[in-house]
Design a protein around this ligand. Sequence first.
Ligand code: BES
Ligand code: MN
Ligand code: ZN
Length: 494
Amino acid sequence: MSRLTPIAFETTDIDVMGAAEGRVAIIVTPDGKLDPAARRANRLTKGALARLVESERFSKVRSGQVISLAWPTGMAAEALDVLVLDRKAPAIELRKAGAALAKLKGDKPLCVMAGGNPKAAELALGIALRDYRFDRHKSTDDETPGQAGAVTIHHGKADEISAAAAPLLAVAEGAHMTRDLVNEPANVLTTTEFADRLAEMQALGLKVEVLEEDALEELGMRTLLSVGQGSASPSKVVVMQWDGGKDGDAPLALVGKGVVFDTGGISLKPAGGMEDMTMDMGGAGVVAGTMRALALRKARANVVGLVGLVENMPSGTATRPGDVITSMKGTTVEVINTDAEGRLVLCDVLWYAQERFKPAGMIDLATLTGAIIIGLGHDNAGVFSNDDALCNAFLKSAAAEGEGAWRMPLGKSYDELIKSRIADIKNTGGRPAGSITAAQFLARFVKDETPWIHLDIAGVASVKAETDFAPKGATGWGVAALNRLVQDKFETPE
Ligand code: BES
Ligand code: MN
Ligand code: ZN
């Protein structure tokens, strides 16, 4: 596991600013007001800040942006990062500002003079989220992030800010776990390695069970097993339980697609870009990261995470197009295209989750369709739901955390597209409404009484350009939104 950058909170001491190495960050309001730390920086730099504040550049700057002064006179630091921030800036703006500082910081130590800003913990979360590298397979880079680049946040009420930051940093640690899993290549992150990494979370107080193929066979999870049967890696379902709520309260169930590699199977994908399919376990990665965050901050809620771990490979034992498989629910599925495998994995895990846990709500996450990328690009995940209240609560959580999410329709009429001639349903509905027919397929395995959300995260789980909170690659999208949903809707009051 990559480690979070260590962040220390100290009671403000502006005397450290002159000698601090690496980078020093100060806060200036958009109207150019200097707090004591900024005034000290101005004095040390012989008026550089006063000149900045009067400059044309400054008149165009917006709250949340950073202007860096390189090699400032009178300071040991190699840069003075001037964070322009409204005193009443919303939390998400501080988080983005923290991320901007982390991006500039690289391996260098960073000293942030946060004054008395009441939301300074959000700066810490922004820094922790953005200060991420996946370098475990680089042989030349011997510096681990954070070791050289520790962060100190100076604040008038350091203890309060430190306490407020602890549950936020749990979210960052969860998101980092998700990214580590999603970035990991498939020769390393086999189904067995994935299950082992989840089992390690028992140390955090989670109950973790690994269901092996014989148990899955016994349960009748034939559609899930049919996806993994061409692979040398054994299929598994891992169940993670966090019992932080009232005894006997129905849990929230999080269900993740964990296809450790998706070749398409016998319906083989083209070679170009196939390497990206190491991220096809993104849904399971978000479930894992969210469970980690909840356990780390000891959430007062009952939440169960279930992931279906399989590898979709072509071989002599692989499922063929045309095969008919019976799911755990009993619904028979004609496999038209072995590349529409995610829904075959999820349908059995969804059914099992409901049969075993009778959840108060169920949310599945999956890198399910290329079609959702055509529809929404990389800015929003597709949100499908049978329950307006749960769905609206989730959309609100996602918006508050700066994670894009957009509701898509479900509807009986789409079922026409997945009718099968010889079985109950088929696993693809052709090109029209590709993401919706995938969701309609899943809906067949959701009980009427279960409030349910399906999140198609194919476009947001891993991206080629950096985002506000993550460098290129795995984003950890969803950990913060789900954590907030649990906090706002599923926790028992103290
Ligand atoms: N894992 C893919 C979806 C995907 C595509 C995720 C691009 C991330 C980036 C999924 O298993 C898949 O192959 N879906 C097919 C479904 C089709 C065969 C009905 C697709 O989207 O083309
Ligand atoms: Mn596929
Ligand atoms: Zn897939």
